[in-house]
Write a protein that binds this ligand. Structure first.
Ligand SMILES: Nc1ncnc2c1ncn2[C@@H]1O[C@H](COP(=O)(O)OP(=O)(O)O)[C@@H](O)[C@H]1O
Ligand SMILES: [Mg+2]
Length: 265
């Protein structure tokens, strides 16, 4: 079954979109349904729909972050055109500009030229460096310190949702926080599925619900996790951090974030 059917799209969105020529589906993420719409007048949109309160909250947060980044930074992120919370159905919708390209996952999978593949890994690091050196918009700098907030959410997710993390891991990450580090604008889920590539060049960064003023080591740790076709060896790590600008994480920071904190999200 399609992740989204045409008759599910609320009238308010349909009025804005106009006549729809096609609705296609990229590889789906875990927390939402995404369809790519083409209109008869030649416009393209990405339509993202979430269900259940937790994921609806994440989508609303993503929309806020995208509005802020679009107005206050030059980062390559999609502009949100419409957001709609359909409370009667406990679902939310965000209609945003479609960014040309394929995910970095697909690009790495299809790239047979070693030099071009290396360039993609280098650029994956470089764009993250740009995100972390972008002055963080004031509206994202609020509330608890990022890590304390994440630990509270981890505790909540452990109690209320199905997560991989265990009580032991949770106690350990609460007791053994990494050394303090300069906070920056962070993405919060910087993976090869959330970075788009067009004609061999990184064209966009999407999926910003974790965007915050937070610990940049978290983004770098998630980015360099080994996956099929990437980060299977030290060479990719070296290229990534060369693009990024410096190697900001130690092995134990990596372990804290990837095998610790991330197990609760
Ligand atoms: N604005 C966009 N432009 C182009 N493709 C997009 C856009 N937004 C999402 N996609 C595609 O949809 C997929 C899932 O979207 P994403 O926002 O990452 O959802 P999730 O939060 O479920 O991971 C992405 O990997 C990408 O292929
Ligand atoms: Mg995603």
């Amino acid at each position: 079954m399609s992740p989204i059917t045409l008759n599910e799209i609320p009238d308010e969105l349909k009025e804005f979109i106009g006549d729809i020529k096609s609705l296609t589906f990229p590889r789906q993420g875990w927390t939402s349904d995404v369809g790519i719409l083409e209109t008869t007048s030649g416009a393209f949109y990405a339509l993202k729909r979430t269900k259940e309160t937790l994921y609806n909250t994440w989508l609303e947060k993503e929309v806020d972050v995208l509005h802020t980044l679009c107005t206050e930074t030059k980062l390559p992120v999609p502009q949100v055109r419409k957001f709609l919370a359909e409370s009667s159905k406990n679902q939310s919708w965000a209609l945003m500009d479609f960014l040309d390209g394929e995910t970095l996952r697909t690009a790495l999978f299809n790239e047979t030229n070693l030099e071009k593949r290396r360039e993609l890994i280098y650029n994956f690091g470089q764009i993250l460096g740009e995100i972390h050196s972008t002055p963080c918009p004031g509206s994202l700098k609020h509330g608890e310190p990022w890590l304390d907030n994440m630990l509270l959410k981890a505790e909540y997710n452990f109690k209320c949702h199905n997560v991989d993390g265990t009580r032991d891991i949770l106690d350990s990450i609460k007791a053994n926080k990494p050394d303090k580090f300069k906070q920056t604008l962070i993405h919060g889920d910087y993976t090869i599925d959330n970075v788009l590539v067009h004609n061999g060049v990184i064209s966009g960064v999407i999926d910003w619900s974790g965007g915050a003023y937070g610990d940049p080591r978290y983004d770098t740790a998630l980015a360099v996790r080994p996956k099929p076709y990437a980060f299977q060896n030290e060479e990719d790590n070296t290229l990534f951090f060369k693009g990024y600008g410096s190697r900001i994480i130690t092995n134990s920071d990596y372990d804290y974030f990837v095998n610790g904190l991330y197990e609760f999200f």
